[in-house]
Design a protein around this ligand. Structure first.
Ligand SMILES: [Zn+2]
Length: 436
């Protein structure tokens, strides 16, 4: 089997791996880069209007012959580990005859992103990953393994062909709600001694970052909710539903209603229909859930002719006036762009905003403007976050579980730190072909 990491040997985001064996070729993940050169964050907006061939010329699309819609197709399948844009963002360019294998939750999240944001991914030929189970594509036998991550329904892949076995970790962690099962599942289903482990290393170089479990985070949020005399506002990613569960627990334990903007309500409702989602806190499924309608988002959905989405949640709607009457009884999801709406809720001074995203996003212009506006309204900011990625101890446990013959760094800024795991590290550059 031949392994090529087209992107990811020295960078976080935009991972793309190619495996070849017996005349078959498969691709794992096809995301937009988060960084262009070194660790500077990449602003993708100037490239949004570029054609596929232009993106290829710019070095942004991985150079994989036979993958794209303007080429003769020669790739057997694309496997997608999870819904984050840095793993899926270039799917639009895949040739329509090439099947894209992905989880049910991942497909729903991509569709929701297309409904709600300017980032449109038009999925063509999709096949749902069997789980538990495995399947064959060309010369490859693929077994998806469910893992915990900040994206619902994330998978690692175990892939066999020509007598060799590769394990691709995707993005994962142990400290979320299904985290304790992640390594148990792998231990049960995947025999140790894989020929190669392609392991993410996002947290390498970030050892100072505290890693709370989601439950510990929920407990800390509960204390904030109990102590705050006014509203508790939460700025998090609506697609990070583990985090939504944490704040739901905190809200209910402190006698607050869980007030979702209708986008976050829609994400939870849609994922609630997927395998593994039936206990998610969405309107009508759990008690104490209300939905609010930020003006710009509601107007945009109406303009786009998609008012049927917000309209699904009117039964649970809460107005700004009702919130103003009982600020100490609400936990409210907010995001940059909603500052105008918040200015129309009287009495918010003395409230707390919980910032629950990666610290690197704190300096984005829209976020700075939003946080500045809230500060002027007398709202105090608190940070409460935990990573979606595995810290060193978890990475070591994955290595110990799989006992790989070789370790391939991927999705990391620190490939040189992989020596600490006690396994031979394959020094590999983007685009280089390694034979197992
Ligand atoms: Zn991810």
């Amino acid at each position: 089997m031949k392994v090529t990491i087209h992107r990811g040997t020295h960078v976080i985001g935009g991972s793309c791996v190619e495996l070849r064996s017996g005349g078959s070729r498969i691709i794992i993940d096809l995301g937009k880069p988060l960084m262009k050169w070194g660790d500077a964050e990449m602003d993708f907006r100037p490239y949004e209007a570029c054609s596929g061939p232009e993106l290829l010329d710019e070095g942004l699309l991985p150079d994989v012959e036979g993958l794209y819609e303007w080429q003769a197709p020669s790739i057997d399948a694309v496997l997608i580990s999870h819904a984050h844009q840095d793993h899926t963002g270039f799917l639009n360019h895949v040739h329509p005859k090439i099947p894209v294998y992905l989880g049910e939750g991942t497909r729903r999240l991509i569709e929701i992103t297309t409904d709600f944001t300017p980032s449109k991914t038009h999925l063509k030929k999709t096949v749902l990953l069997p789980w538990p189970g495995s399947f064959t594509v060309g010369a490859f036998r693929v077994t998806p393994h469910l893992v915990d991550h900040s994206s619902f329904g994330s998978f690692a892949f175990e892939i066999e062909a020509g007598g060799k076995r590769v394990f691709y970790s995707g993005d994962f962690r142990e400290h979320g709600y299904i985290g304790s099962k992640t390594l148990d599942i792998i231990r049960d289903k995947c025999a140790p001694g894989v020929d190669a482990l392609l392991m993410e290393g996002t947290m390498l170089g970030r050892s100072a970052e505290p890693v709370l479990t989601e439950q510990e985070l929920a407990d800390e949020a509960k204390v904030i909710c109990r102590e705050c005399p006014k509203a508790v506002l939460v700025n998090q990613s609506g697609q990070n539903v583990s985090r939504s569960v944490s704040f739901y627990k905190a809200a209910r334990a402190s006698g607050r209603e869980f007030v979702l903007d209708f986008y976050s309500a829609h994400v939870l409702t849609e994922l609630g229909q997927c395998t593994g989602g039936k206990n998610l806190p969405f309107p009508g499924n759990q008690s104490g859930i209300r939905v609010w309608y930020p003006k710009y988002l509601t107007d945009r959905m109406c303009r786009q002719g998609q008012d049927y989405i917000p309209n699904q949640y009117t039964r649970w709607s809460i107005t700004k006036e009702e919130m103003a009457e009982k600020l100490d009884k609400v936990l409210l999801f907010v995001r940059p762009g909603m500052e105008r709406d918040l200015q129309h809720i009287p009495g918010l001074a003395g409230s707390v905003l919980i910032y629950s995203l990666w610290s690197g996003y704190h300096d984005k212009d829209a976020t700075k403007k939003f946080l500045g506006a809230l500060r002027k309204m007398g709202i105090t900011e608190r940070t409460l976050h935990t990573s979606g990625h595995a810290p060193v101890a978890t990475l070591q446990r994955l290595v110990d579980t799989l006992q790989p013959k070789k370790l391939f760094p991927i999705h990391t800024l620190f490939p040189q730190d992989y020596g600490q795991f006690g396994v031979a590290v394959e020094k590999i550059e983007d685009g280089e072909v390694k034979t197992l």
